[in-house]
Design a protein around this ligand. Sequence first.
Ligand code: ASP
Length: 465
Amino acid sequence: MSRLLNLATTEAVGQEVTIYGWVNTRRDMGKITFFDMRDRSGLLQVVLVPAELDDVSREIVTGIRPEYCLSITGLVQARGAKQLNPNLPTGTVELLAKHVEILNPSKTPPFELEDTSGINEELRMKYRYLDLRSARMQRNIRLRDKLVTFMRDYLHGQDFVEIETPYITKGTPEGAREFLIPSRTQPGQFYALPQSPQQFKQLLMVGGMERYFQVARCFRDEDQRGDRQPEFTQLDLEMSFVERENVLNLIEDMMIKMVQTVTPEKHIQQIPFPRLSYQEAMDKYGSDKPDLREDKDDPNLLAFAWVIDFPFFEATEDGGWTFSHNPFSRPKPEHVPWLMEKSHIGEILTTQYDIVLNGYEAGGGSIRNHEPEALKRVFEIMGFDEEGIQKQFGHMLESFTYGAPPHGGIAPGIDRIAMILANEPNIREVIAFPKTGDGRDLLMGAPSEMPQKNLDEVNIQIKKK
Ligand code: ASP
């Protein structure tokens, strides 16, 4: 099978070539038929004239409809001056078909793929494999790939190591409800899908990896909003022997170069990125993720900002305390004594930093509490007793007693960044197989009931309503 991509036909005038792809549109003009054929490189106009086609092809062409998968062999010819199409990268040429083969016919798709903007989203999700063929999804998914590739290359260039951490693990308290997996081999016990690789990335620092990153899936069983999904992707990273400034500078440089590389048509409003304290952000904008764009109608304007100096703890309704962002964060250096004394709890500020982009939280991180006694204070303030601390966090605290290096990190959200760069209104548009607002996968039909046998194996009994 020797194949030429549609785009490459512009360099093949006068040659007989074979293309493979899908019928994007069909136009019948009397005796002549035009197909716009689509492949991963784009569209190509194919001209079908009965006299040029072999007998078998002439016969089958009449029944071919949009989304049929075909191979077409023909002659690449230059278009006449009047036929040039400046809107199409292949608009200088067309393929004069000689032989057409149907690789697979197609039913009529349940919606037009040409412009999906007005199509019911649930229908698009049920037929995602068709939706993915649309120009919009092709562009978004390829843009996301460019973004991830850029981040990987950038971090490798900075001496980071990509390391996978477990998805089937123990819960880690970062504020969200966890998805649970019953254990078959340990009846009555459960794994949890991680809300983030937080503990593992810190353990990797204890393990001397020094600079880790991962394109990591995170799982949170929360009620969904436009920019949330039950599983989403972070560029998770962690570094040893750094202070806040080192992490912020690295990420700022990465973001600037990412925009230049992935979406060079976009411009960043302010470099270096402005920094706001949490208090300033709330006082001035009433939000800890303010949209600082001076012109919100400019689709190519990106306004990054850092928000810093968040309160470490928040009062709970029952009069206790919980962490505001991440229990593993270190307080600002000047507030470590308050933590150790468990005084001024509401005034302790954390080293947490969030990166904000056009009004979205595009990532967050902190310098961590690498001293076991200080970390223990956090859990005590949150109301854990010694036994509870040991049960939940004993492994972390113990690991820190073996020369844990000072460390810190961050986790930019890949879905949100891709969404903003693609000028899309929600992250589902940059995820190949997203879920609905209420957590259903309409294509696969998940979640679904399980046969009794499977439930028995994992010792699960369904409560009757
Ligand atoms: N684990 C944090 C989060 O998922 C990110 C971090 O602190 O690095 O938001």
